[in-house]
Design a protein around this ligand. Structure first.
Ligand code: F6R
Length: 602
């Protein structure tokens, strides 16, 4: 999704902007641009496609001395991914970059066009810069004009604006899309995510919805409802290396290999001998809670779905799971006895955030499971359990999913104990299994090699069915999502017992079935479901600790003593399979077409 960076200071502005945008590349984009004002000179560069194209265009440009600069990577929403539609958008003397969607842009545009304003692009963003300049033409000073402009906008936005009318300032505003201000003690940086400024800035202030203002050398003015706001800056991590590939071919590959380590981080200080401990949660947090509702999107939805089996089976608490975009408009019946959980890697997913706002409005207690501290979802939730996966750069989520599953498993055990739903010896067994998870998640070289070899047989066909039962049904959904995201092959996840109710009609030798066959959960049932498909000549790749002769291909797993250990091991297999198929097909594994890392529009 779109990324924003801004800079105000003496350093080479072009480099800072392009470097910052590079750090946001993982979010997905289709064009990019920068605008730099140094002294009297206001220049801009835009390019479709990768940042390399923008770099080439701005090759001979250098700016000296103090100046202000804004940059953007665009993921098309209104208007095609063309150079004209790329940000920054300009008027006669100003430039703007914007994330989010201006819902009333058509009305504004029509009004301004009647006043003779000329629009160049098809974007909603361009209205912002024209509104601003139109207000100046009507006699307002730039500050008044900016306030007037953002007052007219409906929808979600994070905005940076620079103008010859006030050449030493950056104007900013945030409502519904993330934006932060950071500093190294000297210069000021802006970004839609702190990834863009880590390594340069030391601390950051994460703007709240409704905040706006301006920055100039040595001064920062932030307002909310016309009142000045005091910014409380938080320290930023300095470790940029975390965000690099470290010798792996792709971030996704690195992140698959990292899962063992990050899951140990997730457990640190939380998995104790006597049970699970969450420093972040007050014991009383769960008082009066009778059931759970979880809302999430995509991969995060899959972790929610898997966890719902555990909440009911182990913690004996009713658990309902909803896709956030569906939940928002179904006019759901909500009860104050429900704990409302949102799960999100980024903490910025628009639908999940809106679902959370609905739950809060109805007075529900809210808990988020999130990877990004200070994200919008974290800030809005009553309590948060951070997944501690570290920055996830691959667009296809891997380690975020693994750590979400771990946090959810821990939460299940925490609640099971608190509710007296689990016997001491069973809890001990669960904890023992949990401690083995980092080992299970280690990627064996031989396994990766085997999957690499097998992958060449799975590059065609008319589709993939990932099938599983129970916990392994959401894992099948996730396996299929991974494959389709990065290979562009059609893949579906299905509950194995449902195949005979329709999809089995598709079975022939060109239908690839990836069968998740754990030995600890419904093995025999699963076996019969796969036999039914095999009898119709479907090509079967079985993943199981039990040898299975009728499978065309077989990947043997090693850990069968606990369903969650089987879950984690099979998860790695499905991730590697998707990766290797995608590599063979020559796709961009980390930045698959049409996808964005952080989906901040609904
Ligand atoms: C898939 C993937 C997406 C996200 C979804 C929700 O690999 O990453 O399906 O899971 O867009 O994003 P978050 O978890 O950031 O709310």
């Amino acid at each position: 999704m779109c990324g924003i960076v801004g800079y105000l200071g003496e350093k080479e502005k072009k480099e800072i902007l392009i470097e910052g945008l590079g750090e946001l590349e993982y979010r997905g984009y289709d064009s990019a641009g920068i605008a730099v004002m140094a002294g009297e000179e206001l220049r801009h560069f835009k390019a479709v496609g990768k940042l390399e194209n923008l770099k080439r265009k701005a090759e001979n440009f250098e700016s000296e001395g103090y100046g202000v600069a804004i940059g953007h990577t665009r993921w098309a929403t209104h208007g095609k991914p063309t150079e004209l539609n790329a940000h920054p958008h300009s008027g006669a003397f100003s430039y703007v970059v914007h994330n989010g969607i201006i819902e009333n842009y058509q009305q504004i545009r029509e009004r301004l066009e009647k006043e003779g304003v000329n629009f160049l692009s098809q974007t909603d963003t361009e209205t912002i810069v024209h509104l601003f300049e139109y207000a100046i033409k009507r006699g307002m000073d730039p500050h008044e004009a900016f306030v007037e402009t953002i007052g007219e906008l409906e929808g979600a936005f994070a905005i940076l604006l620079i103008s010859r009318a006030e050449p030493e300032k950056i104007f900013f505003a945030k409502n519904g899309s993330p934006l932060l201000i950071a500093t190294d003690g000297e210069d000021i940086y802006f970004a839609s995510s702190d990834t863009a400024v880590i390594g340069r800035a030391k601390e950051a202030y994460y703007l709240e919805d409704g905040e706006y203002g301006w920055a100039e050398r040595g001064r920062l003015a932030i307002f909310r409802e016309k009142e000045m706001v005091e910014a409380h800056f938080k320290n930023l991590p300095s470790d940029k290396a975390m965000a690099r590939k470290e010798g792996y071919r792709f971030f996704m590959e690195k992140e698959i290999y990292e899962q063992s380590r990050v899951i140990a981080d997730t457990m640190l200080g939380r998995v104790l001998d006597e049970g699970i401990f969450f420093e972040e949660l007050e014991e009383s947090f769960f008082d009066g809670i009778e059931n759970i509702e979880i809302c999430a999107c995509g991969t995060s939805y899959h972790s929610a779905l898997a966890a719902s089996y555990l909440f009911e089976r182990v913690a004996k608490i009713e658990c309902r799971v909803e896709i956030a975009s569906e939940f928002r408009y179904k006019e759901p019946l909500l009860s104050k006895r429900t704990l409302f959980i949102t799960i999100s890697q980024s903490g910025e997913t628009a639908d999940t955030l809106e679902a959370l706002k609905m739950a809060k409005k109805s007075g529900l207690k809210t808990l988020s499971i999130c990877n990004v501290d200070n994200s919008s979802i974290v800030r809005l939730s009553d309590a948060t359990l951070l997944t501690r996966a570290g920055i996830e750069k691959g667009v296809a989520s891997t380690k975020a999913f693994a750590t979400q599953m771990m946090v959810l498993w821990m939460l299940v055990l925490y609640l099971a104990k608190r509710r007296g739903a689990i016997e001491a010896c069973r809890l001990e067994e669960e904890l023992e299994a949990m401690r083995k998870a980092p080992k299970v998640l280690m990627v064996a070289e031989s396994l990766h090699q085997r999957i690499h070899r097998l992958s060449k047989r799975y590059l065609h066909g008319h589709g993939f069915f990932y099938i599983g039962r129970d916990l392994f049904y959401p894992l099948a959904l996730e396996g299929a999502l991974k494959l389709k995201e990065i290979s562009y092959l059609h893949a579906e996840g299905y509950p194995a017992g449902e195949m005979k109710h329709g999809p089995i009609a598709l079975a022939d030798s060109e239908l690839f079935t990836i069968a998740l066959m754990p030995s600890s959960v419904l093995y025999e049932k699963m076996r019969s479901n796969v036999e039914e498909l095999s009898a119709r000549d479907a090509t079967i790749l079985a993943i199981s600790p039990e040898r299975f002769d009728i499978a065309d291909d077989f990947i043997e797993t090693r850990y069968s003593e606990h369903p969650m250990l089987e879950f984690f091991e099979m998860m790695v297999v499905t991730q590697l399979l998707a990766l290797e198929i995608s590599v063979r097909l020559g796709n961009d594994v980390d930045m698959p077409r049409n996808l964005a890392k952080s989906v901040t529009v609904e």
